[in-house]
Design a protein around this ligand. Structure first.
Ligand code: NDP
Length: 247
């Protein structure tokens, strides 16, 4: 069998849908044991049994990334289940689009707590394990971490933040042989837009999805699998991946 990740243990956050779900399945199919985390434990249980039916190994962890206690417990559970942690995929995120003049500051706080502080705190908690294993951190940013569009001011602030955090982190940990990769997807067909409350921006996203061929969650999972399957000397720092149809 083609199992480039045999013997490795991965933790994927936001694995209950979309990119995280596809990534967990891809890493498991490549031989990694995968801890899958999110709030919707029922969806994680379904994913775990799908992975196990396909011959893989998975373990579901209920965690709210916005809660510091949950983050610490999640990393502890993932690292203790199989005694190590090699790959952390920080994927959990929300996108609450609205122009700054109309945005609810509580939506900004939510995005910062989940997309940015949650990702940073998860990374910090995982670092001792990743240093021990010469592991790999994969942070899911966005094209919105490189290009700031109107209506995405709060979201882009978090995703630019993920890019900045990742580059500082890379320079802090490369000497420990820990690799850091930022993934910057363009439009992917997932549940991400479901939580937008601004009707104009929600409709705008639905229109884009209806009129262009968006990426699939599997397309992004393939990019993540590529990054984490390289030999230890190869550190894929950044992957920017747009649908061909996207400007
Ligand atoms: P989904 O909405 O399908 O997935 C988001 C995941 O994040 C879910 O599993 C959700 O799980 C989890 N999540 C949300 N809030 C929390 C929380 N408080 N605690 C723990 N988990 C949480 O969207 P995508 O798959 O598209 O999004 C995944 C990542 O990809 C995000 O970071 C997003 O910003 C990024 N991205 C997506 C793009 C797209 O076009 N779709 C483009 C560029 C980047 P649950 O609700 O069960 O907790």
């Amino acid at each position: 069998a083609n199992s480039p990740l045999a013997g490795k243990v991965a933790l994927v956050t936001g694995a209950s849908s979309g990119i995280g779900e596809a990534t967990a399945a891809a890493l498991a199919a490549a031989g990694a044991k995968v801890a899958v985390a999110a709030r919707r434990i029922d969806r994680l249980a379904t994913l775990s049994s799908r992975i196990e039916k396909a011959g893989g190994t998975a373990f579901a962890i209920e965690a709210d990334i916005a809660k510091g206690g949950d983050v610490a417990a999640m990393v502890d559970k993932a690292a203790s289940e199989w005694g190590r942690l090699d790959i952390l995929v920080n994927n959990a995120g929300v996108m609450l689009l609205a122009p700054a003049a109309e945005a609810d500051p509580d939506d900004w706080r939510r995005m910062i707590e989940i997309n940015l502080v949650g990702l940073m705190a998860t990374t910090k908690a995982a670092l001792p394990h990743l240093k021990a294993s010469k592991g790999h951190v994969v942070n899911v940013s966005s094209v919105a971490g490189r290009v700031a569009n109107p209506g995405a001011s709060g979201y882009a602030a978090t995703k630019f933040g993920v890019v900045a955090f990742s580059e500082s982190l890379r320079r802090e940990v490369y000497a420990d042989k820990v690799r850091v990769t930022v993934i910057e997807p363009g439009l992917v067909r997932t549940e991400l837009g479901d939580h937008i409350t601004n009707q104009e921006f929600k409709a705008g996203l639905e229109h884009r999805l209806a009129t262009m061929e968006a990426l699939t969650a599997e397309d992004i999972a393939n990019a993540i699998l590529y990054a984490v399957s390289q030999p230890p000397r190869v550190n894929i720092n950044e992957i920017l991946i747009r649908p061909t149809d996207q400007e």
